[in-house]
Design a protein around this ligand. Structure first.
Ligand code: N01
Length: 577
């Protein structure tokens, strides 16, 4: 195999020069490393954790579980891997997903090029050398022509602004930085702050432990749909695997990448709009959504995010279902979401969460009406009460989307700080690159479907696209790739225009940065849908990488600095199952 010039050079002088440095060994980083190394690039991956898996490594809290069928929430790039890996449950728990990440690392011999326990803290672009130099928290330095940020959308914990947060004398944990050791809940008074996906899963699992008492501190009640987790039976697995090719292809061109499997052991999901259905037809469709469970009704109700009438019908139905599951009407009322549309905030797929509130040793503390005023050495203080605790768990979310990119001190052309570039919100072309930051790619970051998509679908699409671009660069002798300012401006406007058409951009959610004080209000993900987005990226490639500035050693190979545009983009995020 003919190695790229930089490879040959670095192998000769033994320096830490790479063709590509990949930051992060989550699902994005693992696949990027695999593709590039297979094609002969000299690649190094740095990972802060002690093992692979990224988000699924760090979020090892009790009850952590996937809420999309695991046979779908897995890599599609290898038919052998697809067939050989056996999921034990329809919705796998974190330990099994982490085992899967480890299996992938072993099967494709990725570990030898991953340096674990090493966090990349900075990256500086050298314009003359057309290369990046990164530094790590282990005081290492390495250079690379290309930098790929596989840093995830949910990597940096949000820091709750609560007085005295560090003063608690008992055991304190963040769900997204859960320790590797076992936590013993026996006979303990446990408090959980936060009732998003992480908090509700943790609460359900902790309630199953021999605790003394569990206090769930809820500020906002979320929409809860049943997860219907069950063992992955041999028939279900066999049938799913037999239909893999079609399933994967449908997901690639779908709305948000989440596709309900057409497997005979599962209920059938009908798709289409519901705003105009008559009462009987509506009831039938909504009950079908209930037995289907999970997050699939984004596909099942195609007008969910564009029609207030449709959304209200679904929202009211799920509100009633919540009330039906909780015996005490006062508690049921507190647990019922109100004031926003279903889907605006992350929907929660539960497996018995609401029922824990039918027990005497579990209490809901409504911190909307009685706000938390402080964490004290002995527990949590609210305006009207005090809750002594042995264990306090923060399930308080993430600096979503932008957090990880901004956590690394990146300097592009003329030493320009990336944090300054994104000070008013993310600016990208296709979510893949940013002007003034040549040779730096991003996987599933803001400006792409990212945190509002089935992220494995998004990751594979990005990795394949970046790989094609690097192959093109290699063949054409390109040494510098950069998003043009014009294309970046046009794309960023497009992302914002598409979001403005959706009901979902209105609420104060993590998706607009509202959970982090001072974060600019920008819809962080592209809502055109993964299929539309894929088509757009493919067209850009077919048009000779329009919108990208491509420089060979002494020649400008740029085809066009402008992006031709996506035309009229239908809002299909919630459609196409
Ligand atoms: O975080 P969140 P998450 N006082 O931001 C509350 C993915 N995920 O880790 O809503 C009191 O959703 C906050 O209250 P409010 C998934 O994509 C997937 O749960 O701001 N409460 C909220 O209840 C998801 O979108 C899976 O009023 C405070 C909670 O903390 C993403 O990760 C599992 C507070 C934060 O909820 C993030 O989910 C887990 C305060 N000071 C996660 N500060 C699955 O696949 C914050 N809160 C199933």
């Amino acid at each position: 195999m003919v190695l790229p010039e930089s490879t040959a050079r670095s192998e000769r002088d033994g320096s830490s020069n790479y063709d590509v440095i990949v930051v992060g060994a989550g699902f994005a980083g693992l696949y990027m490393l695999h593709r590039l190394r297979d094609a002969g690039y000299r690649v190094k991956c740095f990972e802060a954790g002690s093992g692979p898996g990224g988000t699924w490594y760090w979020n090892r809290y009790p009850g952590s579980r996937c809420d999309i069928h695991s046979l779908g929430y897995s890599y599609a790039f290898s038919a052998e891997l697809e067939q050989e890996w056996e999921w034990s449950e329809m919705y796998a728990a974190q330990p099994e997903i982490e085992r899967y990440a480890n299996h992938v690392a072993d099967r494709f011999e990725l570990r030898r090029d991953i340096q674990f326990n090493t966090r990349v803290v900075s990256g500086t672009y050298d314009e003359a050398g057309r290369a990046w130099t990164i530094k790590t928290d282990t005081a290492e330095t390495a250079s690379t022509r290309y930098l790929v940020m596989a840093t995830g959308g949910y990597s940096i914990p949000a820091k709750p602004q609560i007085e005295g947060i560090g003063s608690f004398k008992g055991e304190a944990y963040f769900t997204n930085q859960w320790p590797l050791h076992e936590v013993d809940f026996t006979g303990k008074r446990v408090g959980i702050i936060g009732t998003g996906s992480s908090g509700t899963q943790t609460a359900t699992a902790v309630a199953a432990e021999p605790i003394k008492h569990l206090y769930v501190f809820q500020r906002t009640a979320n929409f809860i749909v049943p997860g219907w987790n069950a063992p992955a039976t041999p028939e279900y697995t066999r049938e799913f695997k037999a239909g893999y090719a079609k399933f994967r292809e449908t997901a690639r061109w779908s709305g948000n990448g989440t596709v309900f499997p057409q497997v005979s052991t599962l209920p059938k999901l009908t798709t289409g709009p519901i705003a105009d259905l008559d009462a009987d037809a509506l009831k039938e469709r909504l009950e079908q959504l209930w037995v289907t469970g999970g997050l699939y009704f984004f596909g099942g109700v195609s007008d969910l995010m564009t029609s207030e009438a449709a959304n209200t019908r679904v929202s009211d139905f799920f509100r009633q279902k919540t009330r039906d599951r909780v015996r005490d009407p006062k508690l049921a009322d507190l647990l019922t979401p109100r004031g926003f549309f279903i889907g605006e905030r992350r929907i929660i797929a539960d497996n018995g969460y609401l029922e824990i509130f039918n027990r005497d040793d579990v209490s809901l503390v409504d911190v909307k009406s009685d706000p938390i005023t402080a964490v004290t050495p002995s527990g949590v203080k609210t305006r009207d009460g005090e809750y002594p605790l042995d264990i306090l768990i923060f399930a308080t979310g993430f600096d979503s989307g932008t957090g990880a990119m901004l956590n690394i001190d990146l300097k592009g052309r003329n030493g320009k700080r990336f944090a300054d570039k994104w000070a008013d919100g993310p600016l990208t072309y296709l979510g893949l690159m940013a002007n003034d930051y040549p040779n730096m790619f991003m996987i599933a970051q803001p400006g792409s479907p990212s945190i509002r998509s089935q992220v494995l679908v998004s990751i594979e699409q990005h990795v394949d696209w970046i790989f094609d671009m690097l192959q093109h660069a290699r063949e054409a002798g390109v040494v510098e790739i950069e998003a043009s300012r014009e294309a970046e401006e046009a794309w960023t406007k497009h992302v914002s225009d598409v979001a403005a058409k959706s009901l979902f951009a209105r609420a104060d959610t993590q998706y607009v940065g509202a959970n982090i004080p001072g974060k600019p209000r920008v819809y962080l993900a592209y809502l055109g849908g993964v299929g539309v987005y894929r088509k757009t990226c493919d067209t850009v490639r077919e048009n000779g990488y329009e919108g990208f500035i491509l420089k060979a050693a002494s020649k400008d190979l740029t085809k066009s600095k402008t992006w031709a545009g996506a035309g009229e983009t239908p809002l299909v995020w919630g459609t196409a199952v």
